[in-house]
Design a protein around this ligand. Structure first.
Ligand code: MLT
Length: 313
């Protein structure tokens, strides 16, 4: 009966606008990437996709809201490495399970991050920043998008691996967090390239290092952490669209097919590549690939958190 109902639902789907929950404030990298993809998927499915910014607790508030939404295809979550990967290792009480409560629909391309400091910061390069932090323990204020956000996780991994102590300042998203680096209220941030590059181009912040394996063509003079202070360090934020568990497969297939068309549009993917967004092989974009990736990431972050005692603070 459920199958028949699901198939009937899929026939008319989508009969009204669809909501994608972005669990960060507008203006951050997750919001920006989600909106650019939503606009094109909406054209393919023939209904608007409305972004519902539901920030709080590193994205876990919005993820819990999505887990409880009706499984009818009209509410989906824009998930990412933090609240759909690391959160189970960081939050003792998490009122959703990234694996059990969701049906993965498709994966976005990844975004590496850039460590940027406020223009007046004395550190002119990454080595000087590490030296400064060693000489001034707890005098370095790094903003992030909340506990468990990628800006928080990667800053915590950086501090732990570099042997420095930093103070992390949480915001409702990397959008507002970056504004305070530009304004000089905080010293620095790890932000994804799609929102970092425009600020760097306008010289509003100073880039010191990137988290990608090799230098980014858009920032040839900015070294990787791996080639400077942290050998073998590599990190980027992954993302994906998740429907509440129980959403009919025929609905998921419809949205997944629309996304495949969007990602086959070279003009669109070229524009993402210009933002140093890391495109993936097409088979990585599927729901099955995202399901596998989510499971392996939840396990990986449990091991990382145990080893580097990344805590909630
Ligand atoms: C983060 O994890 O730092 C988020 O991506 C920030 C955001 O998108 O606002």
């Amino acid at each position: 009966l459920a199958l028949a109902a699901g198939t009937a639902l899929a026939q008319t789907y989508p009969a009204k606008p669809v909501t994608w929950i972005v669990p960060f404030a507008a203006g951050g990298p997750t919001d920006a990437l989600a909106r650019s993809i939503a606009e094109r998927v909406a054209r393919e499915i023939g209904q608007p996709i409305v972004i519902d910014n539901a920030p709080g607790a590193g994205g876990t508030v919005g993820a819990a809201k999505a887990a409880r939404a009706a499984p009818d295809g009209y509410t989906m979550l824009v998930g990412h490495m933090g609240y759909m990967g690391a959160a189970p290792a960081l939050y003792k009480k998490l009122n959703y399970d990234p694996v059990k409560d969701f049906a993965p629909v498709f994966r976005f391309p990844d975004t590496p991050l850039v460590l940027m400091v406020r223009k007046e910061h004395p550190a002119k390069d990454i080595k000087a920043l590490v030296e400064f932090a060693k000489a001034n323990p707890d005098k370095m204020f790094i903003s992030n998008a909340g506990v468990g956000s990628s800006s928080h996780l990667i800053a915590a991994l950086f501090a732990s691996s570099a042997g420095i102590k930093i103070s992390q300042v949480p915001y409702k998203g990397a959008g507002p967090a970056l504004i305070d680096v530009i304004g000089g209220q905080v010293d620095g941030i790890f932000d994804q390239t799609n929102t970092a590059l425009p600020q760097i181009r306008e010289a509003k912040v100073r880039p010191l290092a990137v988290t990608s394996k090799v230098r980014l063509t858009q920032l040839k003079d900015v070294p990787t952490l791996a080639e400077t202070v942290l050998p073998n360090f590599e990190a980027s934020t992954w993302y994906g669209i998740y429907a509440p568990k129980g959403t009919p497969q025929a609905v998921l297939d419809k949205v997944q097919a629309a996304y495949q068309k969007v990602m086959a549009d070279k003009a669109f993917t070229d524009r993402m590549a210009e933002q140093a967004i890391q495109l993936l092989p097409a088979e990585q974009y599927t729901g099955a690939a995202l399901a596998k990736h989510t499971q392996s990431e939840v396990a990986r972050w449990k091991a990382v958190a145990a080893k580097t005692n990344i805590s909630l603070d």
